[in-house]
Design a protein around this ligand. Structure first.
Ligand SMILES: [Zn+2]
Length: 664
């Protein structure tokens, strides 16, 4: 076990301070943090204003510190928190400087393609290529860590500032450092001005490299100054950061937090994930608390997938007395009181759903629909799964998953193909839907053994209009093809199913007859060595997501489960609104049951209480005990023929089943 504190469960409360808050009552805030169930305080330390008496010329000391006898909020907070065993993390924001410093150091600042500075609330945006980020930021962190025993840092808004707080687009930075840096990065490529410019993708690669190098240097800098301090940043620090939030005008995807956590943890299970749940509804509406049911989902989805929960408010708890914080406190205290369930918790799912990393704008919405429809299909059919990032597919361990699903990803990179071939060689199953793994009419998977010949792609809405597939039973209840179709001629000896009912006229019904069965399959599968490969040349997830046909969901999930050599589904009489998250710690198996009956358009309602039920999961041996941690009860169970059947208690918002074994 790694000794650093962040490899153990922790719970954070963030007070995001305004300048006027620097006189806050440290003991009162700590009382609120403790009562909430948190053991970590994320506090605004420096950058735009310093909440401690900085001696650096680049920093502006907060004038409101004069309200404190000590003149030092950070010193007071760290001392008082240490007495209670609470660690303090520092929030830093180096994205902006004031007008006076911008006058002295124009070379630090963002410059728009038209040559303008980016000014917001009187502050000038700073560019990560420039000296402020590249050097001064390191001086500030050193000054802070030399004075205060902080547990780590979070850096806000560390980006190239193409958008501002009002989501106004400013363009690609044209500061001197960017012009020089980009010329060296991509000689001959003209400096782009925005996403429509040629070379914008190269620009994105450049900014990614600049930020990656900067973050790597900062991680090493912090490590050298204090090996007990963590760097919390995107997915490149010691701790991965994700902000769970709502926003005006954004369609709600109910599984966003869970998806982000799973995607982070499946790629690197050892790296902790910090989910900062925003207590208010949107950045411009900081005094409008989030709905309690919605807020609870941020934290619950986080902990169920093994992330560390954090709650974020503006000012002090006295300034933000949101009703949502009651719900957030309940989840946070559950995590505190059942910390043993979350120490070393990793996913035990045997199914991976790959999330595309390179969507082209023209197809991004349809590809996302296939991903989300596949996500919902697995969840509702009680198949525990992980989300796997496509850009991490190349390093997938061959036997980690029994089933890997590629939902409409397009052509794959060579290392992705190699990783999937290793999965097949290890006896795993790979399923490709839509145009996944097709490159120039050739299927990239299957070790050179042809599965089918590619005849045509139906891309447009008109091309698939009135196209049907014979999916599942009963015969005659066809499935609409939506979002495109790959016309395939199956090779000899492969298994095919779900053939196309050819198109006939579509218009006034009088002439619209004559649909004929064809040999073009909606399903092709074959053994590839010890593994199984299946191709669905259409988009069952998209059809389910957009039309809600449960028979389509059931047909394709049953079919892909049939490919795998091991049972992948939790058998249960609980309804499809119950999500199972399968995990394990070094000491027990941990099964989260999440009641999703409150998921509704643009909101989460209070989940409907569900009756007791049972779940059946494969188990090689008899358990020592099965407990329900929310209900706080020993559960009745039976074990027979390699299957453990557990009687589950009535289900409110969630339950956690802990199964202990004799030999652990
Ligand atoms: Zn720049």
């Amino acid at each position: 076990m790694n000794q650093a504190w962040w490899y153990n469960p922790f719970r954070t409360f963030q007070t995001n301070l305004r300048e006027i808050d620097a006189g806050l009552d440290v003991e009162a805030v700590l009382d609120a943090i403790e009562a909430y169930g948190a053991d970590t305080w994320l506090l605004s330390v420096g950058g735009i204003v310093a909440n401690y008496p900085s001696r650096l010329s680049s920093q502006t000391v907060n004038p409101a510190l004069a309200e404190r006898g000590s003149g030092d909020l950070i010193g007071d907070a760290v001392t008082a928190a240490a007495r209670r065993g609470i660690r303090v993390l520092g929030r830093m924001d180096f994205s902006k400087i004031d007008a006076r410093r911008a006058e002295e150091h124009p070379e630090w600042c963002f410059v728009s393609p038209e040559g303008s500075p980016q000014i917001y609330n009187g502050y000038r945006s700073v560019c990560p290529s420039g000296d402020y980020y590249q050097h001064r930021m390191f001086d500030v962190v050193a000054e802070v860590l030399q004075r205060y025993d902080l547990g780590g840092f979070f850096f806000n808004w560390m980006s190239f500032n193409e958008f501002d707080y009002s989501r106004t687009y400013w363009g690609v930075c044209h500061c001197e450092s960017c012009l020089v840096g980009f010329r060296a990065f991509a000689p001959g490529v003209p400096h782009p001005s925005g996403p429509d410019s040629p070379g914008y993708r190269t620009w994105q690669a450049f900014t990614d490299q600049v930020l990656g190098e900067l973050q790597q240097r900062m991680r090493e800098h912090i490590r050298a100054l204090n090996s007990g301090a963590a760097y919390i940043q995107g997915d490149r620090g010691d701790i991965t950061f994700h902000e769970a939030n709502n926003a005006v005008g954004r369609p709600l995807w109910h599984h966003h937090t869970a998806e982000m956590v799973s995607a982070a943890r499946s790629g690197e299970a050892d790296r902790p994930v910090f989910v900062n749940a925003v207590g208010f509804v949107d950045m411009p509406y900081r005094w409008a608390g989030e709905d309690p049911n919605h807020f609870a989902q941020f934290l619950l989805q986080a902990i169920a997938h093994g992330a560390q929960p954090s709650t974020y408010i503006m000012g002090t708890p006295a300034d933000s007395p949101f009703r949502a914080l009651e719900a957030g406190g309940e989840v946070t205290r559950f995590h505190r009181d059942h910390e043993d369930l979350y120490a070393g918790l990793v996913s035990a799912a045997r199914v991976a759903l790959v999330r595309g990393s390179r969507p082209e704008p023209a197809t991004a919405a349809a590809r996302q629909s296939e991903f989300r429809g596949s996500y919902l299909s697995l969840l509702e059919r009680h198949v525990p799964f992980d989300v796997l990032r496509q850009d991490q597919l190349g390093s997938l361990e061959a036997d980690r998953y029994a089933l890997v699903i590629l939902p409409d990803l397009g052509a794959l990179a060579a290392e992705e193909v190699a990783a999937l071939e290793r999965v097949l060689a290890a006896g795993g199953a790979v399923v490709a839907s839509g145009d996944s793994a097709w490159q120039d009419g050739v299927l990239q998977l299957g070790g050179g053994t042809a599965l089918a010949e590619h005849r045509a792609t139906y891309r447009t809405e008109e091309a698939v209009r009135s196209l049907h597939l014979a999916v599942g039973e009963p015969e005659g209840d066809f499935t609409p093809v939506v979002g495109g179709f790959e016309v395939l001629e199956p090779a000899e000896g492969v298994e095919t199913d779900w053939h196309v009912l050819g198109r006939a006229l579509y218009g006034p019904p009088e002439k619209c007859h004559g649909h004929e069965a064809t040999s073009h399959p909606g399903w092709i599968s074959r053994d590839v060595g010890p593994g199984q490969l299946a191709v669905l040349p259409w988009r069952p997830g998209l059809v389910y997501r957009e039309l809600g046909l449960s028979r389509v969901r059931d047909a394709w999930v049953d079919k892909i489960l049939g490919l795998a050599r091991v049972p992948l589904q939790v058998e249960t009489d609980l309804p499809e609104q119950v999500q199972f998250v399968l995990g394990r710690t070094p000491h027990a198996d941990v099964l989260h049951l999440l009641n999703r009956s409150g998921d509704a358009p643009q909101r989460f309602l209070r989940p409907v209480p569900l009756a007791a039920g049972r779940v059946r999961i494969p188990a090689e041996q008899e358990p020592a005990s099965v407990r329900a941690r929310v209900s706080d009860a020993e559960l009745a169970w039976s074990w027979q023929d390699g299957v453990l059947e557990i009687q589950t208690p009535p289900l409110g918002l969630f339950e956690v089943l802990e199964t202990q074994w004799h030999n652990k």
